[in-house]
Design a protein around this ligand. Sequence first.
Ligand SMILES: [Zn+2]
Length: 322
Amino acid sequence: MNYIVLDLEWNQASDKHNRDFGLPFEILEIGAVKLNRKMKVVDNFDEIIKPQIYHTIHYITTKIINMDKEDLKKGRPFPEVMEDFLKWCGKDYVFCIWGTLDLTELQRNMVYYGMDELSSGPLMYFDIQKFFSMTYEDGKTRRALEWAVDYLNIDKDIPFHRAYSDAYYTAKVFKIIDDYKPEIEKYVSYDVFMVPQNKRQEVHVNFKTYSKYISREFDDKNAAIEDKAVNSTKCYLCGRNAKKLIKWFSVNGKHYFCLAYCKKHGYLKGKVRMKKADDGKVYVIKTLKLVGDDVALQIREKQDKLRLQRMEKRHLKKEREN
Ligand SMILES: [Zn+2]
């Protein structure tokens, strides 16, 4: 298996009126570094794409990437470059990117041009920005690539902000992390541009300190939260059904919480995030995490507060009606 460390540069509409909703971000450049199992660079990919939709470079894009019209004229159309890129990737690989955006935009560009999908469901990848944070910081902070390069004293021998150079630096950061902490590769991420269409494509993963579930699509939020797989609270350590002490409740219509108790492992905090798919339907990302008494209490307090607010609202409404 190879690692494909990938970076993209893209452009967007210069104003609202010429925005193509099928493709809000048009890819202009694909850069990648192929690493083998031993983290050795075995090949590079560096190609410019000739724009078909947005012909003026948005001022944000200009600020970010060092590219001009003359460079872009030398490019080839997206489908051609993408086909070559996929051939170059080979059969057995995992994408590694800095952050969470690139694979979504890559797939959106492919769908726009009618190309075959990269995968039929969520696409597993390594988020090197997350790995960096988990290895050197708190796991939550997200840094710019150049920040990480400075932190790790990596030579800045080529300019940043071109697809190839950013892939080049991402690969260097990844190699240092992976040499130091190879078990980091357990902390995979999933790009959900292709939402699961059936139970088979759903994602269930157990990490050391939490579990994650990505559901198939539902017509609406209620249908989702009433689904058995969505609202179940199975302990990810022992597989037992943990008893719900506080049933799922919504804070803002987007996030739902619950509190369950595993006889063997203690309190489990459940969190469901409702996500909108491109087709207007919803899917959920659920995490279950073992927590201590303090967090269990916080969930109780959160629910009490919400209950109180709702009661007050109802009361006020009644008063007004009288
Ligand atoms: Zn358990």
